[in-house]
Each structure stands twice: as structure tokens, then as C-alpha cells.
Ligand binder design. Sequence first.
Ligand code: SF4
Length: 104
Amino acid sequence: MLMTTRIPAMMLVIFSSPFFPSYLRKMKNVIKKYTNGEVTVVWNSGLCIHSANCFRGLPEVFDPRKHPWIKMDGADTEKIAKQVNKCPSGALSFYMNSENPESK
Ligand code: SF4
């Protein structure tokens, strides 16, 4: 019984990880948003090229072994934005909540 309840959660973690093969993920392009109330990070799975820059650069926030894989309380807004800007594919982007009318 325990196995049946854990399998869907494990599949979600694996499927939404930036290290999951892109050709499989593109079957279902996932766009997810994560916020700390000040900044919102947007991850577009279809653009991710699995460079692991995010994980290597700021593992306190970006950890594909966890769910959710982006933990917004792992660093301050400035550090998160700086790391997001290093994403080579554009899979990661961010906007400041104060500048986006939809987030108000
Ligand atoms: S840095 Fe960007 S392209 Fe590289 S794994 Fe992270 S999200 Fe994907």
C-alpha cells in the first residue's frame, strides 16, 4: 500500500527534474513558477538543456533530488536572480512580483 502512494510522487519528482531527459520531458512541456513573495522564478522544462549550472551554482535553492526542486527560501532574492541569469538556455527566468500586475 505504501508503494502505491509513493510512486506517483516519485514519478513527479523525476519527471519535473531538470536532469530528466529532455526528449521525454518535451512530451509534456512543464512551466512552473516558484516565489518567495518578492521574486518569482519561472522554469520552462522544454528549454532546459540540463547543464546543471543552477544546481552547481546555488544548491541551497536548486536541487533536482527534492520536490519541489526549487526552494525559494534557500537564498535571498539577489542571489536567486543572479543564479537564474546564469541559466544558459533560458529555461529559468524571473520577474519581481512588484513589477508584475498579475502577481499583485
Ligand atoms: S541552469 Fe538552466 S538549463 Fe541548466 S539545468 Fe538549470 S534550468 Fe536547466
